[in-house]
Design a protein around this ligand. Structure first.
Ligand SMILES: CC(C)(COP(=O)(O)OP(=O)(O)OC[C@H]1O[C@@H](n2cnc3c(N)ncnc32)[C@H](O)[C@@H]1OP(=O)(O)O)[C@@H](O)C(=O)NCCC(=O)NCCS
Length: 147
């Protein structure tokens, strides 16, 4: 069974590699400098959030990165930004273990709610989140890039 814990600074290159693989799997071209910056925010505690890794025989096989967002409506919200399990290790409970650790850390941070977004075509991820108790809230997500 994978060991799941908070990332430490020596994990940095592997965390960035897994997040880049995640973005590629979503059809998004990875931006290495942006990934590095986002990981740095968590590794150096520059922005509140959680960065968790899953290890299997010392290799990093999963990552979860979530950031804290204070909301006047929803309270303390933790937003999952990146969540990825090495394709070779899927359907073995690694994702479930990552999510369980994330929720444990969230409870310790007195988080009220955990949010995330899934592309409509990502049926596997939707099935996964539903299976572990997440539900869609009926909201549409609107975005506008400023750069
Ligand atoms: C979604 C993802 C994180 C699941 O990780 P995983 O380690 O395979 O998940 P688990 O083995 O813990 O699965 C737990 C349960 O979720 C459900 N599940 C997981 N993947 C599923 C899939 N592709 N299709 C249907 N159900 C799935 C199953 O009920 C599974 O239990 P079971 O294997 O006993 O049937 C992984 O497929 C992944 O990294 N996908 C690409 C990245 C991604 O989509 N991330 C989420 C974006 S928010």
């Amino acid at each position: 069974m994978a060991l799941v814990e908070r990332a430490n600074p020596t994990d940095r290159a592997d965390v960035e590699r897994l997040i880049a693989a995640y973005h590629t799997s979503e059809g998004v071209k990875p931006k290495p400098e942006r990934i590095s910056w986002a990981v740095e925010q968590q590794m150096r505690n520059r922005f509140p959030g959680v960065l968790i890794v899953a290890r299997e025989k010392k290799a990093l096989v999963g990552v979860a990165l979530a950031v804290y967002a204070p909301s006047a409506e929803l309270g303390r919200v933790l937003v999952i930004q990146d969540f990825f399990v090495d394709p070779a290790l899927r359907r073995k409970g690694v994702g479930r273990a990552l999510a369980a650790k994330l929720l444990e850390e969230a409870k310790a941070m007195r988080i009220d709610r955990v949010d995330l977004e899934v592309f409509p075509k990502n049926e596997g991820a939707a099935a996964f989140w539903k299976k572990i108790g997440f539900r869609t809230g009926g909201r549409l997500v609107f975005s506008r890039d400023l750069l």
